[in-house]
Design a protein around this ligand. Sequence first.
Ligand code: SF4
Length: 355
Amino acid sequence: MQLYTNLKIFHYQHKLDSLPPESERTEAPLHIRIKPTNACNHSCSYCAYRNPNLQLGQDMSIADRIPATKMKEIVDDCIDMDVKAVTFSGGGEPLCYPQLATTARTLAEGGVSIATLTNGGLLHGEVAEVFSSMGTWIRISMDGWDGPSYSRFRSVDENEFSKIMNNIENFKKLNGKCFLGISYVINRDNADHVFEMGQKLKDVGVDSIKFSGCVVSNDGHENNRYHAPVFGRIKEQTQRAKEELQSDGFEIFDAYHELDEKFDKSYQWCPYQQILPIIAADQRVYSCQDKAYNLDCGVLGSIKDVRFKDFWFNNRDKFFKINPSKDCNHHCVSNNKNMLIHDYLNANPDHLPFV
Ligand code: SF4
């Protein structure tokens, strides 16, 4: 069955009905991304949060992290609101957050599905055991193909690559139910090592690899220009990996493609910010992953002095301040899903029976 599909939201009819501006009901988000800390143990050259050419992370302070008492309150609220899933992500490296194991365990015990993005460097000990036994998935972002390349990409010790490969192998040996995926981020420097890494990662037992291109600019055309000299070589390898490596229990998802040259949106309100918002390390709630740490346009509000639950259910107007046709002319991970929802909600009720 498919892991990646834009249609998951259509399993939540009640939520869909509550989305439009004219609805009088606010429902809990289905899925929240929590960014527990902006600190990181790696320093990736292409990190989108630290790239001044990208609007993502433009107002981020590396020192921010969610205080432990606030995190406990957020966790209690997520359980109480019947939030279905929480994914931990950056800003920084989620596993640098000292209370991550406790936070994840409490959520899972409260019935919330948990997942994390990570660079894998700290994936051992208690946090690995919690995610292995209680997590739905973890996804490790990678780029290098050996110790020296990893060290160059991430300004880390040359041993870091083998440490992470060991962590992956040991995580799989825990034999938990958690799905272990790799997000392999392709750039000009690792362009000739894509198939090779597919093979290496299959050999250490990962469940899936997602190949995608690094994003270097808010402008789609510039991204495509960056990838153009290596695009053909990379596509050959991702296709070969699909044909030769994919098997039962090992999936390859080829998300390496040209970006739309224009990021224009045709709709005036964004459904997905009510479905998958961000709680960031600065204790602000943001509309989405692509606007995290954008103080000029992206903040739904602060939960520093108010419980998340109270913030969410009060004042529905906050969900309609962003006008995507004006404010979101940049990459948006939810654009296709938003368009599907708008199509669904815009269907003329008199004509619905004529399926
Ligand atoms: S970037 Fe996309 S998900 Fe974010 S607010 Fe705009 S339309 Fe919504």
